[in-house]
Design a protein around this ligand. Sequence first.
Ligand code: G3I
Length: 262
Amino acid sequence: VTAENEMKWDTVEPSRGNFNFGPGDQIANQAASHGQKLRGHTLVWHSQLPGWVQSISDANTLRSVMNNHITQTMAHYRGKVYAWDVVNEAFADGSTQHRPPVFQNVLGNGFIEEAFRTARSADGSAKLCYNDYNIEDWNAAKTQGVYSMVRDFKSRGVPIDCVGFQGHFGSGGPPSSFQTTLSNFAALGVDVQITELDIAGAPTTGYTNAVRACMNVSRCTGITVWGVRDTDSWRASSTPLLFDGNGNKKPAYFAVLSALGG
Ligand code: G3I
Protein backbone atom coordinates (compact mmCIF):
# COMPACT_ATOMS: atom_id res chain seq x y z
CA VAL A 1 0.00 0.00 0.00
CA THR A 2 1.24 3.49 -0.86
CA ALA A 3 -0.48 6.66 0.35
CA GLU A 4 -1.28 8.70 -2.74
CA ASN A 5 -0.98 12.09 -1.00
CA GLU A 6 -1.21 11.65 2.78
CA MET A 7 2.49 11.24 3.58
CA LYS A 8 3.73 14.12 1.44
CA TRP A 9 5.39 17.17 2.96
CA ASP A 10 2.42 19.56 2.55
CA THR A 11 0.27 17.25 4.64
CA VAL A 12 2.90 16.02 7.11
CA GLU A 13 4.61 19.33 7.97
CA PRO A 14 2.40 22.19 6.75
CA SER A 15 4.32 24.71 8.81
CA ARG A 16 7.81 24.49 10.22
CA GLY A 17 8.06 21.98 13.06
CA ASN A 18 4.31 21.26 13.14
CA PHE A 19 3.80 17.66 12.17
CA ASN A 20 0.44 16.20 11.18
CA PHE A 21 0.50 12.42 10.86
CA GLY A 22 -3.27 11.91 11.14
CA PRO A 23 -4.11 11.23 7.48
CA GLY A 24 -1.03 9.04 6.98
CA ASP A 25 -1.78 7.13 10.18
CA GLN A 26 -5.24 6.22 8.91
CA ILE A 27 -3.65 4.55 5.91
CA ALA A 28 -0.90 2.97 8.01
CA ASN A 29 -3.48 1.52 10.42
CA GLN A 30 -5.65 0.21 7.62
CA ALA A 31 -2.63 -1.47 6.04
CA ALA A 32 -1.47 -2.94 9.36
CA SER A 33 -4.87 -4.37 10.18
CA HIS A 34 -4.96 -6.13 6.81
CA GLY A 35 -1.40 -7.44 6.96
CA GLN A 36 -0.35 -5.23 4.04
CA LYS A 37 3.13 -3.78 3.59
CA LEU A 38 3.32 0.01 3.52
CA ARG A 39 5.58 2.07 1.27
CA GLY A 40 6.41 5.57 2.48
CA HIS A 41 5.85 8.22 -0.20
CA THR A 42 7.69 10.57 -0.06
CA LEU A 43 10.24 12.55 2.02
CA VAL A 44 12.04 14.94 -0.33
CA TRP A 45 10.16 16.12 -3.43
CA HIS A 46 9.84 19.49 -5.17
CA SER A 47 6.07 19.10 -5.59
CA GLN A 48 3.40 19.24 -2.89
CA LEU A 49 6.08 21.06 -0.97
CA PRO A 50 4.68 23.84 1.22
CA GLY A 51 5.48 27.46 0.38
CA TRP A 52 7.44 27.94 3.58
CA VAL A 53 10.01 25.38 2.38
CA GLN A 54 10.05 26.61 -1.21
CA SER A 55 10.94 30.10 -0.05
CA ILE A 56 14.01 29.11 2.00
CA SER A 57 17.15 30.50 0.36
CA ASP A 58 19.71 29.90 3.11
CA ALA A 59 21.54 26.57 2.76
CA ASN A 60 22.03 25.91 6.46
CA THR A 61 18.36 26.52 7.14
CA LEU A 62 17.17 24.31 4.28
CA ARG A 63 19.61 21.55 5.24
CA SER A 64 18.37 21.52 8.80
CA VAL A 65 14.71 21.69 7.71
CA MET A 66 15.17 18.80 5.23
CA ASN A 67 17.01 16.62 7.71
CA ASN A 68 14.50 17.32 10.46
CA HIS A 69 11.60 16.45 8.16
CA ILE A 70 13.23 13.14 7.20
CA THR A 71 14.15 12.29 10.79
CA GLN A 72 10.78 13.10 12.38
CA THR A 73 8.72 11.45 9.67
CA MET A 74 10.78 8.27 9.56
CA ALA A 75 10.86 8.07 13.37
CA HIS A 76 7.06 8.29 13.45
CA TYR A 77 6.63 5.45 10.95
CA ARG A 78 9.56 3.29 12.14
CA GLY A 79 8.51 -0.36 12.04
CA LYS A 80 5.40 0.47 9.98
CA VAL A 81 6.93 1.52 6.66
CA TYR A 82 9.15 -1.13 5.07
CA ALA A 83 10.49 1.08 2.26
CA TRP A 84 10.68 4.84 1.80
CA ASP A 85 10.81 6.91 -1.36
CA VAL A 86 13.48 9.07 0.27
CA VAL A 87 13.90 11.31 -2.76
CA ASN A 88 11.27 11.55 -5.50
CA GLU A 89 11.66 12.92 -9.04
CA ALA A 90 14.91 14.83 -8.50
CA PHE A 91 16.05 14.52 -12.12
CA ALA A 92 14.90 16.92 -14.82
CA ASP A 93 12.96 15.61 -17.83
CA GLY A 94 15.05 14.72 -20.86
CA SER A 95 18.28 15.35 -18.97
CA THR A 96 20.98 13.75 -16.85
CA GLN A 97 20.86 16.70 -14.43
CA HIS A 98 18.93 17.42 -11.26
CA ARG A 99 15.77 19.51 -11.32
CA PRO A 100 16.57 23.02 -10.02
CA PRO A 101 14.07 24.12 -7.35
CA VAL A 102 14.49 24.25 -4.41
CA PHE A 103 16.82 21.63 -2.95
CA GLN A 104 19.27 21.62 -5.88
CA ASN A 105 19.38 25.41 -6.16
CA VAL A 106 20.05 25.99 -2.49
CA LEU A 107 21.96 22.86 -1.41
CA GLY A 108 23.67 21.85 -4.66
CA ASN A 109 24.41 18.37 -6.01
CA GLY A 110 24.97 16.77 -2.61
CA PHE A 111 21.38 17.06 -1.39
CA ILE A 112 20.32 13.59 -2.53
CA GLU A 113 23.27 11.94 -0.81
CA GLU A 114 22.60 13.93 2.35
CA ALA A 115 18.94 12.89 2.34
CA PHE A 116 19.84 9.20 2.03
CA ARG A 117 22.48 9.39 4.79
CA THR A 118 20.01 11.13 7.09
CA ALA A 119 17.36 8.54 6.27
CA ARG A 120 19.66 5.65 7.19
CA SER A 121 20.36 7.23 10.58
CA ALA A 122 16.65 7.84 11.17
CA ASP A 123 15.55 4.25 10.47
CA GLY A 124 18.25 1.62 10.05
CA SER A 125 15.83 -1.09 8.94
CA ALA A 126 13.67 0.59 6.29
CA LYS A 127 14.70 0.15 2.67
CA LEU A 128 15.74 3.46 1.14
CA CYS A 129 14.59 4.07 -2.43
CA TYR A 130 15.03 6.66 -5.15
CA ASN A 131 11.75 6.98 -7.13
CA ASP A 132 11.14 8.62 -10.53
CA TYR A 133 9.13 8.56 -13.79
CA ASN A 134 10.37 8.35 -17.37
CA ILE A 135 13.36 6.29 -16.31
CA GLU A 136 12.01 3.03 -17.77
CA ASP A 137 13.62 3.45 -21.21
CA TRP A 138 17.27 2.41 -21.02
CA ASN A 139 18.15 4.84 -23.82
CA ALA A 140 16.68 7.94 -22.14
CA ALA A 141 19.07 10.56 -20.76
CA LYS A 142 17.14 10.70 -17.49
CA THR A 143 17.52 6.94 -17.01
CA GLN A 144 21.26 7.26 -17.53
CA GLY A 145 21.46 10.14 -15.06
CA VAL A 146 19.76 8.12 -12.33
CA TYR A 147 21.81 5.04 -13.18
CA SER A 148 25.07 7.00 -12.81
CA MET A 149 23.92 8.34 -9.46
CA VAL A 150 23.07 4.86 -8.12
CA ARG A 151 26.36 3.45 -9.41
CA ASP A 152 28.24 6.31 -7.73
CA PHE A 153 26.33 5.84 -4.44
CA LYS A 154 27.04 2.10 -4.40
CA SER A 155 30.73 2.64 -5.15
CA ARG A 156 31.12 5.19 -2.33
CA GLY A 157 28.95 3.45 0.26
CA VAL A 158 26.13 6.01 0.24
CA PRO A 159 23.11 4.09 1.58
CA ILE A 160 20.59 3.22 -1.15
CA ASP A 161 18.63 -0.04 -1.32
CA CYS A 162 16.15 0.33 -4.14
CA VAL A 163 14.98 2.24 -7.18
CA GLY A 164 11.30 2.79 -7.90
CA PHE A 165 10.19 3.03 -11.53
CA GLN A 166 6.85 4.79 -11.42
CA GLY A 167 5.47 3.30 -14.61
CA HIS A 168 3.03 5.99 -15.79
CA PHE A 169 2.72 4.84 -19.37
CA GLY A 170 0.90 5.90 -22.52
CA SER A 171 -1.30 3.43 -24.35
CA GLY A 172 1.74 1.67 -25.81
CA GLY A 173 2.74 0.46 -22.34
CA PRO A 174 6.36 0.20 -21.23
CA PRO A 175 9.22 0.84 -23.64
CA SER A 176 10.73 -2.31 -25.14
CA SER A 177 13.93 -1.82 -23.13
CA PHE A 178 12.15 -1.79 -19.75
CA GLN A 179 13.32 -5.23 -18.64
CA THR A 180 16.90 -4.35 -19.65
CA THR A 181 16.66 -1.20 -17.54
CA LEU A 182 15.38 -3.13 -14.51
CA SER A 183 18.12 -5.75 -14.78
CA ASN A 184 20.88 -3.19 -15.31
CA PHE A 185 19.87 -1.32 -12.17
CA ALA A 186 19.49 -4.57 -10.23
CA ALA A 187 23.03 -5.50 -11.27
CA LEU A 188 24.28 -2.46 -9.34
CA GLY A 189 23.08 -4.17 -6.17
CA VAL A 190 19.71 -2.52 -5.55
CA ASP A 191 16.17 -3.88 -5.55
CA VAL A 192 13.89 -2.46 -8.21
CA GLN A 193 10.12 -1.99 -8.08
CA ILE A 194 7.31 -0.70 -10.27
CA THR A 195 5.80 1.80 -7.88
CA GLU A 196 2.97 3.75 -9.58
CA LEU A 197 1.78 1.67 -12.50
CA ASP A 198 -1.01 2.96 -14.72
CA ILE A 199 -1.39 2.76 -18.49
CA ALA A 200 -3.63 4.94 -20.67
CA GLY A 201 -6.65 2.91 -21.71
CA ALA A 202 -5.46 -0.06 -19.62
CA PRO A 203 -4.45 -2.22 -22.60
CA THR A 204 -3.95 -5.88 -21.73
CA THR A 205 -0.71 -6.05 -23.73
CA GLY A 206 0.83 -3.08 -21.94
CA TYR A 207 -0.04 -4.42 -18.51
CA THR A 208 1.21 -7.89 -19.42
CA ASN A 209 4.51 -6.48 -20.68
CA ALA A 210 5.03 -4.38 -17.55
CA VAL A 211 4.34 -7.29 -15.20
CA ARG A 212 6.50 -9.68 -17.23
CA ALA A 213 9.44 -7.27 -17.22
CA CYS A 214 9.37 -7.29 -13.42
CA MET A 215 8.72 -11.04 -13.06
CA ASN A 216 11.73 -11.75 -15.27
CA VAL A 217 14.14 -9.86 -13.00
CA SER A 218 14.78 -11.58 -9.69
CA ARG A 219 15.52 -8.36 -7.82
CA CYS A 220 12.25 -6.80 -8.99
CA THR A 221 10.43 -7.04 -5.67
CA GLY A 222 7.18 -5.18 -6.15
CA ILE A 223 4.47 -3.94 -8.47
CA THR A 224 2.10 -1.25 -7.20
CA VAL A 225 -0.72 0.28 -9.24
CA TRP A 226 -1.39 4.01 -8.79
CA GLY A 227 -4.98 3.71 -7.66
CA VAL A 228 -7.76 1.15 -7.67
CA ARG A 229 -10.79 2.48 -9.60
CA ASP A 230 -10.46 4.53 -12.79
CA THR A 231 -12.70 7.24 -11.37
CA ASP A 232 -10.28 7.87 -8.49
CA SER A 233 -7.19 8.02 -10.72
CA TRP A 234 -5.14 11.22 -11.09
CA ARG A 235 -5.64 10.63 -14.83
CA ALA A 236 -9.25 9.45 -14.65
CA SER A 237 -10.08 10.48 -18.22
CA SER A 238 -7.52 7.94 -19.52
CA THR A 239 -9.16 5.07 -17.59
CA PRO A 240 -5.71 3.61 -16.85
CA LEU A 241 -6.40 1.21 -13.95
CA LEU A 242 -7.47 -2.39 -13.36
CA PHE A 243 -10.98 -1.60 -12.04
CA ASP A 244 -13.68 0.61 -13.56
CA GLY A 245 -15.59 3.29 -11.70
CA ASN A 246 -17.98 0.71 -10.28
CA GLY A 247 -15.16 -1.46 -8.98
CA ASN A 248 -15.58 -4.08 -11.72
CA LYS A 249 -12.49 -5.95 -12.89
CA LYS A 250 -11.38 -4.89 -16.35
CA PRO A 251 -9.65 -7.06 -18.97
CA ALA A 252 -6.30 -5.64 -17.76
CA TYR A 253 -6.99 -7.12 -14.31
CA PHE A 254 -7.19 -10.63 -15.77
CA ALA A 255 -4.11 -10.00 -17.92
CA VAL A 256 -2.12 -9.02 -14.83
CA LEU A 257 -3.39 -12.01 -12.89
CA SER A 258 -2.36 -14.31 -15.68
CA ALA A 259 1.08 -12.67 -16.06
CA LEU A 260 1.58 -13.16 -12.31
CA GLY A 261 1.01 -16.87 -12.85
CA GLY A 262 -2.71 -17.06 -12.13
O1 G3I B 1 -7.10 18.02 -1.13
C1 G3I B 1 -7.29 19.15 -1.97
C2 G3I B 1 -8.72 19.65 -1.87
O2 G3I B 1 -8.96 20.09 -0.54
C3 G3I B 1 -8.92 20.78 -2.87
O3 G3I B 1 -10.25 21.19 -2.86
C4 G3I B 1 -8.56 20.31 -4.27
C5 G3I B 1 -8.71 21.42 -5.31
O4 G3I B 1 -7.59 21.55 -6.14
O5 G3I B 1 -7.23 19.87 -4.27
C6 G3I B 1 -7.00 18.75 -3.41
O6 G3I B 1 -5.65 18.40 -3.46
C7 G3I B 1 -5.25 17.70 -4.64
C8 G3I B 1 -4.66 16.36 -4.21
O7 G3I B 1 -4.15 15.68 -5.34
C9 G3I B 1 -5.68 15.46 -3.52
O8 G3I B 1 -6.71 15.14 -4.40
C10 G3I B 1 -4.21 18.52 -5.38
O9 G3I B 1 -4.80 19.70 -5.89
C11 G3I B 1 -3.63 17.70 -6.51
O10 G3I B 1 -2.54 18.43 -7.08
C12 G3I B 1 -3.11 16.39 -5.99
O11 G3I B 1 -2.63 15.63 -7.09
C13 G3I B 1 -1.77 14.57 -6.77
C14 G3I B 1 -0.44 14.78 -7.50
O12 G3I B 1 0.42 13.69 -7.22
C15 G3I B 1 0.24 16.06 -7.08
O13 G3I B 1 1.47 16.19 -7.71
C16 G3I B 1 -2.40 13.27 -7.21
O14 G3I B 1 -3.55 12.99 -6.42
C17 G3I B 1 -1.40 12.12 -7.05
O15 G3I B 1 -1.91 10.96 -7.65
C18 G3I B 1 -0.10 12.48 -7.74
O16 G3I B 1 0.81 11.43 -7.50
C19 G3I B 1 2.09 11.58 -8.13
C20 G3I B 1 3.10 10.90 -7.21
O17 G3I B 1 3.03 11.42 -5.91
C21 G3I B 1 4.50 11.02 -7.78
N1 G3I B 1 4.57 10.53 -9.13
C22 G3I B 1 3.58 11.08 -10.05
C23 G3I B 1 2.17 10.90 -9.51
C24 G3I B 1 1.14 11.39 -10.51
O18 G3I B 1 1.24 12.76 -10.72
